[in-house]
Write a protein that binds this ligand. Structure first.
Ligand SMILES: Nc1ncnc2c1ncn2[C@@H]1O[C@H](COP(=O)(O)OP(=O)(O)OP(=O)(O)O)[C@@H](O)[C@H]1O
Ligand SMILES: [Mg+2]
Length: 456
């Protein structure tokens, strides 16, 4: 395939193999952008009716647009080859990150929140993923979550069987296994929801169950349901209670256990009924973890910062307050002419205005200090520089968790900013000593790790 062209896509390299076919890196020669091209195996597309349904599903998924969802650009056919062009995600799958031990607890929670927000957007539009697993969740190089393959699992899913007796159940599980072996990769089985294992109707709450498994796996490094054979795994999914994450791994907050457990309830009506609820609970856990790790900036330091920030005002920054004061004086002048009795009110307003102005002005510095205070707790961080709305963080070897945490903190700071351009952050690891020395000489160094100072 490599070197070949499908419609306007030039196939460049192989990215991976999955249950439905092979994924290639390709170039869209029309739009001049790189894409991931999933070329479906012929056995999935031989069946006309199925193929039509699948294409329909893929097109619906293509209407989804969210930063945590890899966009589907195009579904097309050439000859008897059916393929899907989608956003190329540069990074690693969560499965790889878990194997390489690149995630830590705050990193895992942050990725989970972003992914759950993506899920929630899709569910609101009535689109169910059906194949949430750690292979279908990637983390970009700059630390953002992306869900892959939204709505593409219809091909292997037939649904609707499953009775109530033990024999029926066994029968429907065997059917699920047969379907899975014909279709998806076997790894997928461990992420199935109980209703999916039984071949019953699925809805967005099935995604929530599978999401719970990925969350469990990110936190503990283990899968919650894993039998020695496929039928064992399905049996465990349908009937066995998992070990709480808090017993698999020490020092986890019990609130986190509650979130995971609620995703993994056997009955759909006992789970989170919407991913928005899930996002909210995950955010509460994140807050709890954050407040446990980070302490407040001492008052003295804050006062010093406040004074410092007044001294650093540039001429440009003086301009607007001066204009404001002049405008205020002009207003007061006119008021004096007419209503002398209003004077106290207006003086009061002016004082309030000044206070608000001061708060907005120092907020920028406060926010940046908050950011630096959190970032410097990460042991791999060597230097933090803040210069003209651009933050540069130099680190020892940076792992995915480094990018995830730093970018998440920056996103939060940008959301708290009232106005002005967003700050941007660059993480650079393993910088040459010479370049690092130069960096230290630039203005705006916020933090230098002790041993770094010693070295240079
Ligand atoms: N949009 C993408 N951007 C970058 N890499 C991708 C993309 N989609 C898939 N890949 C890579 O290709 C591999 C195979 O993907 P594929 O979706 O075919 O298999 P899977 O996720 O293991 O199984 P499933 O068929 O159930 O989704 C992935 O593990 C991933 O490394
Ligand atoms: Mg996939």
């Amino acid at each position: 395939m490599i070197g070949k062209t499908l419609k306007q896509y030039e196939i460049e390299a192989i990215l991976g193999k999955g249950g439905m076919g092979v994924v290639y890196r390709a170039l869209d020669t029309r739009l001049h952008r790189p894409v991931a091209l999933k070329v479906l195996s012929p056995e999935f597309t031989a069946h006309d009716d199925r193929r039509r349904r699948f294409l329909q599903e893929a097109r619906t998924a293509g209407s989804l647009s969210h930063p945590a969802i890899a966009q589907i650009y195009d579904v097309d056919e050439e000859g008897d080859v059916t393929f899907i062009a989608m956003e190329l995600v540069e990074g690693k799958t969560v499965r790889q990150l878990i194997m390489d031990r690149e995630l830590d607890l705050p990193g895992a929670i942050e990725i989970a929140i972003q992914a759950a927000e993506g899920l929630s957007k899709a569910h609101e539009k009535g689109i169910v993923h059906r194949d949430i697993k750690s292979d279908n969740l990637m983390v970009t190089r700059d630390g953002h979550a992306k869900i892959l393959d939204f709505g593409l699992a219809k091909l292997v899913d037939s649904g609707q069987s499953g009775g109530t007796t033990a024999a029926d159940l066994r029968q429907s599980m065997m059917e699920t296994i047969a379907r899975t072996q014909a279709g998806m990769v076997l790894g997928t089985m461990a992420y199935m929801s109980p209703e999916q294992a039984r071949g019953q109707e699925m809805d967005h709450r099935s995604d929530i169950f599978s999401f719970g498994i990925v969350l469990y796996e990110m936190i503990t490094g283990e899968l919650p349901f894993q039998g020695t054979s496929p039928i064992d795994t399905l049996h465990a999914i349908a009937f066995t209670e998992t070990r709480p994450v808090t017993t698999v791994k020490a020092n986890l907050p019990s609130s986190l256990h509650r979130v995971v457990a609620r995703c993994l309830r056997k009955q759909t009506q006992d789970r989170y009924q919407s991913s928005t609820e899930l996002v909210n609970d995950l955010k509460a856990v994140q807050k709890e973890i954050d407040s446990g790790i980070t302490s407040h900036i001492p008052l003295q330091e804050r006062l010093r910062e406040g004074l410092q920030s007044l001294k650093d005002l540039t001429p440009g920054e003086w301009l607007w307050p001066t204009v404001g004061i002049l405008a205020g004086l002009v207003m007061l002048y006119f008021l004096f002419q007419n209503l002398e009795s209003w004077l106290p009110t207006f003086l009061g307003l002016a004082v309030v205005g000044l206070i608000i102005y001061r708060r907005v002005r120092t907020r920028r510095h406060r926010l940046m200090n908050q950011f630096a205070a959190k970032v410097k707790k990460m042991p791999e961080v060597r230097i933090i520089i803040f210069h003209e709305d651009q933050v540069t963080v130099l680190t020892d070897k940076a792992l995915a968790r480094t990018y995830v945490r730093i970018n998440a903190l920056m996103d939060r700071i940008n959301r708290k900013k009232y106005f002005g351009d967003d700050y941007s952050v660059t993480v650079r690891d393993q910088v040459e000593p010479e370049e690092e020395r130069r960096a230290l000489a630039t203005p705006g160094v916020l933090y230098v790790r002790k041993d770094v100072l010693g070295e240079s």
